[in-house]
Design a binder for this molecule. Sequence first.
Ligand code: GLN
Length: 201
Amino acid sequence: MSSPHIGVLSIQGDVREHLHALERAGARSSAVGSQDALRDVDGLVIPGGESTTISKLAVADGLMEPLRSARAAGLPMFGSCAGMIMLADRVEDARPDQEFIGGLDMVVRRNAFGRQVDSFEVDLSVPDIGADPFRAVFIRAPWVESIGADVEVLARVQRGGDESTIVAVRQGPLMATAFHPELTGDARIHELFVEMVREQA
Ligand code: GLN
């Protein structure tokens, strides 16, 4: 499968930017807003946006269970920002009624950086995509508080002193970033996901 078909969950959020980034990374991409469309794809991106809204609308549209089933059946998924929250097994500072797809064995804190600063950009070291730093855009981003033994850390951000926080992870066919790789024109994170989808096929 040289050019896998990867969907972008089109409930809410920056869908178009992910579609373009996936095309640049060598995939065929299309918006996924229904159960039928979900059956059609080899992998799925959950975009950034607002996880409470994505969650509420996914439940209302009858998509939450199909998303959980697809994930449990091994469909590769990549969540950025709100999408990272959607793929977490446990979420701190979630709305009490907020539902998730889950699958990544980690605790994520919503709006974690927001207490200090709302949005920022930083050059991150992401060894899995090469030596050049990746310009990461964080917008009311979550961070990863803790991970299970099977979760691989892809990137950390320095927070002053010796403190660093996990902001990108991978576990089996699932990947998540607290930042927005679709916003910078650097397709290497999407290429990494496209490669994961190829391996899974
Ligand atoms: N703070 C948002 C949430 O909780 C995520 C922000 C984003 O995706 N840019 O869903």
